[in-house]
Design a protein around this ligand. Structure first.
Ligand SMILES: [Zn+2]
Length: 409
């Protein structure tokens, strides 16, 4: 990117370009409540305060920056995204939506003729959208809406063994306060999330901005394969019950099973052997499965086939296997009227996405829309994720147009 003023999307993103860089994986690792994500939240609070917005962090750790004329917060038009990242993620997944929201609010504030200027509006920053620390994606919006049981959420653990309750308390929030917040939810009339596109749809159409039609149904499961830990040198090959071999077979089966079903996606991107020594036959391997398909019944059917394959692959090695659901989100269709209105107003195509978002969780409770900004590489959850500067500014402009229409609605 070239130099730009702080009040452009690119300028804002440049301010945080050094926060949470990952020297090993490349890109950024900004897990929720890490020092990097905390620094990004502080940056956001400073940016919002500088704009005269009222900042509050709710009991689920969602940061809200309000333009609340006369202290009113009902019937609000809300935009926002997240600042946490996957391990080794790109610069734009999440922060693009937050920076664009700040710039869009600037555009609205500049307008002297803005209909609905006295209506409340807010920017929301959601914690643990990626689920990269505690395993459940969109944890903040799930807690807000009651889509996850608070006791289950508090007990989720990260790779260090710290629970959500521990980490929440360390961040200065009361873990007992985690859970459904109908009052916070009831303030939202409409939520619009702008996000970097996580595929090639806009590149192929040669267009900068799209309006979202739907989010592919998706879920996460943990498969635990239990075998017998033993010595790599003294244990004969015939005597082994090696869960790593069973897990390896299962990874290949997952791909074969998904490849038969048009539009299905199934991925094992994370695998954890215990104890994890070079000269040790693992006693247990945990692997995490991500499955997506537009039709929820097809997702369920594929997951059941994978469950059977896990049992079989484990049994072949004399091991046992257990599969548990960590999260499941049905296919989300965004509000059709708003989608069509925004597509017409922005002269933008309508695209679906295979990636999950907080907007998808909020959709069952408030009117919701999403805007996507072209990603020239089409790659996301990777340092290769990219945005052209002109597209980033066009995205903020489109968001401002969308918010202005909603304020006037
Ligand atoms: Zn995202």
């Amino acid at each position: 990117m070239t130099a730009a003023s702080p009040d452009t999307v690119s300028g804002l993103l440049r301010e945080i370009a050094d926060v949470g860089t990952d020297p090993v994986r490349g890109g950024y690792s900004r897990p929720v409540h890490s020092s990097a994500e905390t620094e990004l939240r502080e940056w956001f609070v400073a940016q919002a305060s500088r704009r005269g917005l009222d900042v509050e962090t709710d009991r689920n750790g969602i940061v809200w920056a309000w333009h609340a004329p006369g202290g009113r917060r009902d019937g609000a038009i809300v935009t926002g995204s997240h600042l946490d990242s996957v391990p080794g993620g790109g610069a734009y997944d999440g922060p693009l939506g937050v920076a664009s929201a700040l710039v869009a609010f600037d555009r609205l504030a500049e307008r002297t003729d803005l209909p609905g200027a006295d209506r409340p509006r807010a920017i929301a920053v959601f914690p643990e959208e990626e689920g990269s620390r505690f395993g459940v994606a969109c944890l903040g919006s799930r807690l807000l809406t009651g889509a996850i049981d608070p006791d289950r959420a508090r007990a989720l653990t990260d790779s260090e063994g710290d629970t959500v309750a521990d980490v929440t308390a360390r961040a200065g929030l009361d873990p007992a306060g985690l859970g459904p917040d109908p009052e916070a939810l009831a303030r939202i009339d409409t939520f619009v999330e702008l996000h970097v596109e996580q595929g090639r749809g806009l590149v192929d159409l040669d267009r900068p901005i799209a309006v979202a039609s739907s989010i592919l149904g998706h879920g996460r499961w943990r498969v635990s394969v239990e075998g017998e830990g033993n010595h790599a040198g003294t244990t004969l090959m015939a005597d082994r019950r090696d869960p790593m071999v069973a897990a390896a077979r299962l990874v290949v089966r997952v791909r074969e099973l998904a490849a038969r079903i048009p539009e299905a996606r199934a991925t094992v991107g994370r695998l954890l052997p215990t104890p994890g020594g070079t000269n040790v036959i693992a006693s247990r391997v945990d692997l995490w499965l991500d499955v997506r398909h537009p039709d929820d019944a097809t997702t369920n059917g594929l997951v059941e086939e994978i469950r059977q394959a896990a049992l079989l692959c484990a049994a072949e090695e004399g091991c046992g296997a257990r599969m548990t659901e960590e999260s499941l989100s049905p296919t989300v269709d965004f509000d059709a009227g708003l989608r069509d209105d925004l597509a017409a107003a922005l002269d933008a195509p309508v695209l679906s996405t295979g990636a999950g978002h907080d907007a998808g969780v909020l959709k069952d409770h408030v009117r919701t829309a999403m805007l996507f900004v072209r990603n020239p590489t089409g790659v996301s959850h990777s340092p290769a994720e990219d945005i052209e500067e002109a597209d980033a500014e066009a995205g903020a402009e489109a968001l401002a147009v969308a918010l202005a229409r909603l304020l006037d609605g």
